[in-house]
Design a protein around this ligand. Structure first.
Ligand SMILES: [Zn+2]
Ligand SMILES: [Zn+2]
Length: 146
């Protein structure tokens, strides 16, 4: 009964390997891997060369500017989001899809110049505040009408 014995051993080995893989996978899941924390740190970056927005998971040792995944230039900066647009009446109003704007200080730390959104001309500051809930609701209502 030589064959039956070696077959049983093979099953034992397969089971052991399967347990090992499951344990390794569990450890990976527990420590780092794909956790909610990782997903939450992906933020909006913008390439100053090709103006393409991209997402990036910040890692230790990252120094701006980051390499742009689109044009490969070292010109990626974390961008502020401008939720303003200019209506036909010249008044600013909220919009749903933000424009990515790089602060001048982000590129040149010594700059004291104010940054204005290239799309609407609204001033953009660090941790740029969003329009009020009412203004965002109005933008949503308008988008729904179209
Ligand atoms: Zn680029
Ligand atoms: Zn704007």
């Amino acid at each position: 009964m030589q064959d039956a014995k070696s077959g049983k051993d093979r099953i034992k080995i397969i089971v052991a390997v399967a347990i090992f893989i499951a344990a390794a996978g569990f450890a990976w899941y527990q420590f780092g891997g794909e956790s909610d924390y990782d997903r939450s740190v992906i933020r909006g970056y913008l390439c100053n060369e090709c103006q393409t927005p991209f997402d990036h998971t910040p890692k230790e040792g990252d120094i701006e500017p980051l390499k742009c995944p689109n044009c490969k230039a070292m010109a990626g900066y974390q961008a502020e989001l401008c939720y303003w647009t200019k209506g036909p009446d010249g008044q600013w109003k909220a919009k749903l899809k933000p424009t990515y704007v790089i602060l001048k200080q982000r590129i040149d730390h010594t700059s004291r110049e104010q940054t204005y959104c290239p799309d609407c001309g609204h001033e953009v500051v660090g941790h740029n505040p969003k329009p009020s809930d009412d203004e965002m609701a109005a933008a949503e209502a308008e988008a729904g009408k179209r």
